[in-house]
Design a protein around this ligand. Structure first.
Ligand code: 5GP
Length: 208
């Protein structure tokens, strides 16, 4: 299969508390795109208003460990005592049919995908300032002080890894960040390495 027949895998990542989920929602609310969101599996309990199969597939620790053993996850990470992971078969299926698949995952997982799928596009969502990041983590309010502290420690390590990504998008405003991500996705489609096969075919009839 030619590279440009296969869908594009877009990995949105960034430190805990940067607002990845909000930016992702804004991206999906934009019109005129064909993006598909990859729903992750997690062992954490659903929060109020969350539904199985919509925000996540909520599964037990035993089920999760079974999936790791059977190599059914593209990537996974343990985060604040819970597992999170991307189901491999669904992502593969959608890429095969030419879909643009968006993952929204934490940094450890994104780096695993980087190893396995080099052709994916890696976008790091960055905070405008570190103080901003800390305030957002604290303001979330749904977690205990201990969890906030654990997320902050992790976030401080994660911000240093932005250089491993293809793009860094500052989440100054949600709309601005979503806009930039959409522009990146569109530009990626026009990249020579993705289009050269069909382009060469198109000019194939021309004689020198
Ligand atoms: P939350 O519990 O707040 O929904 O998510 C916690 C963190 O897990 C967020 O940073 C989110 O991006 C990340 N996350 C969600 N799904 C996945 C996944 O499939 N893999 C990895 N590695 N991280 C994930």
């Amino acid at each position: 299969m030619k590279l440009d027949d296969r869908g594009l895998l877009v990995v949105l990542s960034g430190p805990s508390g940067v607002g990845k989920g909000t930016v992702r929602s804004a991206l999906f609310n934009m019109t005129g795109h064909d993006l598909v969101y990859s729903i992750s599996m997690t062992t954490r309990k659903p929060r109020d208003g969350e539904e199985n199969g919509r925000e996540y597939y909520f599964i037990s620790r035993e089920e999760f460990l079974e999936r790791i053993k059977e190599n059914k996850l593209l990537e996974y990470a343990e985060f604040v005592n819970n597992f999170y992971g991307t189901p491999l078969d669904k992502v593969e299926e959608q890429l095969e049919t030419g879909k643009e698949v968006v993952l929204e995952i934490e940094v450890n997982g994104a780096l695993q995908v980087r190893e396995k799928m080099k052709e994916a596009v890696f976008i790091f969502i960055a905070p405008p300032t570190m103080a901003d990041l800390y305030n957002r983590l604290k303001a979330r309010g749904t977690e205990s002080q201990e969890i906030v502290q654990a997320r902050w420690e992790k976030a401080r390590r994660e911000v240093k890894l932005a250089y491993l990504y293809d793009y860094i998008v500052v989440n100054d405003t949600v709309e601005n960040a979503a806009d930039k991500i959409m522009a990146i996705i569109r530009a990626e489609h026009a990249k020579t390495e993705r289009t050269i096969a069909s382009y060469t075919k198109m000019i194939g009839d021309i004689e020198d």
